[in-house]
Every structure is written in structure tokens, then in C-alpha cells.
Design a protein around this ligand. Structure first.
Ligand SMILES: *Cc1c(COP(=O)(O)O)cnc(C)c1O
Length: 436
């Protein structure tokens, strides 16, 4: 098999050297764990530059990028309008800690074009958005427990770093050290795609403030749910007077300008955003109805603040991004390109009877090495994750960069041309022929 006969042809000398140095500076040599390439071959690449659909590493290797900074770069790298807006803003000063007109501009750009939220608050990351949304749900409802689903990721919020324990009705166990038992006890973890267990949990607990879900779960493979399930989830939350939070840090502005709420036409109570909303700068946000948002400080008694919140440079990047996303046909074009790419690979897999279903929605795709669509994390094949590891190595050697784990989804940006995508599909097909 390929992995036994082939040596790395990619020269990663500089990256390897920088990684050795970084290990002395940062835990595991990185500032976010998955960047360490623990689940794929070789040292991580140190990237020095990005242009359009490409990134270039310190050894001057060039890659077609399907990671796109884990989702934010829906316009590709160094988009001209985004960088020039950042530059013209930054020379006027980087931060004032006051309201700015730029904040209003992006606020209007979002709220005038999204019927699912009336008001929003900017923060500086997806994690912070989720953390704030949970506090708001609890402050608004006066209740304390939260329901989350196995297979959804919501950032590194203490009370959400929890997975199901043995026995689904019992409380979960933490997935990180350093989380007090008492925090875990406030979180109920349930399987996706299961309304029976959900209603049982609702019946058994009268202290549930909210349910949080990635309506398009895209952090543990792409575990696409049926719209019907989400509609019923909405209905059950209404029946039991429980708030529904859509964590749209990935899906927001990705599957459409109104995110998953718009894609499925479902009204959540609170929505969290991140990634794309900041156009590559550190931005998050949470939004809801006027009534719910009136509980946020200083209007209400749910405290939440941030020194660099709505930072003008970040707002400028967000504005320049969103102005392009709102153009007619933006999402249709992106989705059509992605489908063409995915279908080309899928057709080959079918002709060869390879066990691979590429799951995709909008411009998100995921290599599901199995014969069936998967909707819960336990259905993900561990053989498949091993296949991905081999494929990843082949693709790096061939100039294609994917997120460094079989559980990570890929993103197509507006900068990827149909020609680049068609060539990439050919390379991926060659890679699959080698690993199967
Ligand atoms: C990325 C992500 C987060 C965390 O955002 P950060 O900016 O990394 O803190 C939260 N929720 C979802 C759905 C995400 O994809």
C-alpha cells in the first residue's frame, strides 16, 4: 500500500525546524491543538502567505487550500477588498474602546438582511459568543441546565466540554481536565437525531434553560441532520418553554447569508456567529429578538463585556467580507462549484465501488469513508479516519491542503476557480486509487 512504499516528497525542512523551536515556546508547539498535525503525517506546515485559493509555506511549497483558516475565509486569502479596507482603517488607529460608525455599518449590514435576529452584540471569538449566549439564556429564563448534543462542538466553554457518560440518561463526563464536577452537572448530553431521548430529558428536568445545537454539525465530520428533526426540536423547545440556541459559528454566512436558520427556515431564540463574520479577524457575535437582547447589560442584568469587542479593524474586515457575500448569486455560485467538485470525485468512487460518501452542504464538504450517510459520531468509521490520514499525506505531497484530521470538514471559497477544483478532484481521485 502507498504508505509503505512512498517516502515524503514534500520538503518540510523549514517547517520542521520552526516546529522544533515552537515546541519550546508553546504547549505542543501550537496555539490551538489540532494545528499540531497529531492525526496526520509529518510536522505541521508553517504558512507564511496566502493568496486567493492558495497558501505558501516557509519552504515555499504552494498548496490549494481547503481549510481556509477553518472556515472564515469564504472569499479566499488576502481578498483585495478585505485587505484594502483593513489597511485604510488601521492607519486611523487600531482600537478606541468606544462605539464607532464602523460598528453601526456592519450591524446594519447584518440585521437589515437577517430576519432571524433583531439585535446583536459583538465579541472576539466563537467561544466567547457561545459562552455569552448561554449566560443570556440562563439569565433570561431563570433556569440553569443546558442540553447539548454529542458530536457538536461549541468552542472551549467549560460547561460544554462534556460528552455523554455511560447510560444516556445520566450526566456526562468532561472531555478536558480542569472542569469542576458541578459545572458538568449543569449539562445534559444527548445524541443527535433522537427526539425520543430529548423529550424524555425535557420531561425529567424542569430546570433546562436552553438547548444548544450546531444546526449543521460540522466539527466532528459533517453530521447533516434532517430538516424535520430540527423542526421538531424547535417545536419541543416551544412546548417545554426551553430556549433554542443555534450555534452558527461555522454555518453562519456559510450556507447562505442567513446561515442555517435561513437555509432551513427555522427561527431559533438565540444565534451565535464567528469565523466568517470577522472576515479573517477575531470576531464573534450573538443575536436574538429585541426582547431577549434587552436582558443584556447595560439594558438588562446579564453582564457581558469586552475590551476589544467590535474592534474597528476587525469590523472593517467583516464589512468588506459581508458586502461581497450579499451580492446576488454569491451563494448559488459557490454551491454550484462545490457540487461539481464533489460530484466528480463521487462519480469515480461509485464507478470503483469505493466506500466513500462525500457529504456536503453549501460550500462545506467532508470525506465520509463509509457506504452510508452518517448522522451521529458513533457511525463514523475508524478505518475511514485511517484512510483519510493516508489521503492527507498524498494530497500534501501533491499540493493540496486539507484540515489535518479526518474529522475536519473542507471548505470551498469564492477564490477557488472551477479549473482549480477540477484539477484538485483529479488529484484526489488519484490519491483515492492509491489508498483503496
Ligand atoms: C469554531 C467554532 C466555535 C469556536 O469558535 P472560536 O472562534 O474557535 O472560539 C464554536 N462553535 C462552532 C460551531 C464552531 O465551529
Amino acid at each position: 500500500m502507498y504508505i509503505h512504499v512512498k517516502k515524503d516528497i514534500l520538503n518540510r525542512d523549514k517547517s520542521a525546524q520552526l516546529f522544533e523551536e515552537a515546541k519550546k515556546l508553546f504547549p505542543g508547539g501550537v496555539n490551538s491543538p489540532v494545528r499540531a498535525f497529531k492525526s496526520v503525517y509529518g510536522p505541521p506546515l508553517f504558512i507564511k502567505k496566502g493568496r486567493g485559493a492558495y497558501i505558501i509555506d516557509e519552504d515555499d511549497n504552494k498548496f490549494l487550500d481547503f481549510c481556509c483558516s477553518w472556515g472564515p475565509l469564504i472569499l479566499g486569502h488576502a481578498n483585495e477588498k478585505v485587505t484594502s479596507r483593513i489597511c485604510s482603517t488601521v492607519v486611523e488607529g487600531t482600537s478606541f474602546g468606544t462605539p464607532t460608525a464602523l460598528g453601526n455599518t456592519i450591524g446594519r449590514l447584518i440585521l437589515d438582511n437577517n430576519k432571524y435576529i433583531d439585535k446583536l452584540r459583538f465579541v472576539s471569538s466563537g467561544t466567547e459568543a457561545v459562552m455569552s449566549a448561554l449566560r443570556l439564556a440562563r439569565g433570561y429564563s431563570g433556569k440553569s441546565k443546558i442540553v447539548k448534543f454529542e458530536g457538536c462542538y461549541h468552542g472551549h466553554v467549560d460547561s460544554l466540554l462534556v460528552k455523554a457518560g455511560s447510560g444516556l440518561a445520566t450526566f456526562g463526563v468532561s472531555t478536558s481536565a480542569g472542569i469542576p464536577e458541578s459545572f458538568i452537572n449543569e449539562t445534559i448530553v444527548l445524541p443527535l437525531n433522537d427526539l425520543v431521548l430529548l423529550e424524555e430529558a425535557f420531561k425529567a428536568n424542569d430546570d433546562i434553560a436552553c438547548v444548544i445545537i450546531e444546526p449543521i454539525p460540522a466539527n466532528n465530520g459533517l453530521l447533516l441532520q434532517d430538516r424535520n428533526y430540527l423542526v421538531w426540536l424547535r417545536k419541543l423547545c416551544d412546548d417545554y418553554n426551553i430556549l433554542l440556541i443555534f450555534d452558527e459559528v461555522i454555518s453562519g454566512f456559510r450556507v447562505g447569508y442567513e446561515g442555517a436558520a435561513g437555509y432551513y427556515s427555522i427561527q431559533p431564540d438565540i444565534i451565535t456567529y464567528g469565523k466568517i463574520i470577522g472576515g479573517g479577524m477575531p470576531v464573534g457575535a450573538y443575536g436574538a429578538s429585541h426582547e431577549i437582547m434587552s436582558h443584556v447589560s447595560p439594558d438588562g442584568n446579564v453582564y457581558q463585556a469586552g475590551t476589544l469587542s467590535a474592534n474597528p479593524v476587525a469590523m472593517a474586515a467583516g464589512i468588506a467580507t459581508l458586502e461581497q457575500l450579499i451580492e446576488e448569486d454569491f451563494y448559488d455560485n459557490l454551491e454550484a462549484k462545490t457540487l461539481q467538485f464533489v460530484n466528480k470525485i463521487q462519480a469515480h468512487c461509485e464507478a470503483k465501488s469505493y466506500k466513500l460518501q462525500i457529504q456536503s452542504i453549501g460550500s462545506i464538504f467532508w470525506f465520509n469513508f463509509s457506504e452510508h450517510r452518517v448522522m451521529t459520531p458513533d457511525q463514523i468509521s475508524s478505518d475511514g479516519i485511517e484512510h483519510f490520514k493516508n489521503l492527507h499525506r498524498y494530497l500534501l505531497d501533491s499540493g493540496i491542503y486539507m484540515g489535518p484530521s479526518g474529522y475536519e470538514v473542507g471548505f470551498v471559497s469564492a477564490a477557488h476557480t472551477p479549473e482549480q477544483l477540477s484539477e484538485a478532484a483529479d488529484v484526489i481521485i488519484k490519491g483515492l486509487d492509491l489508498i483503496f
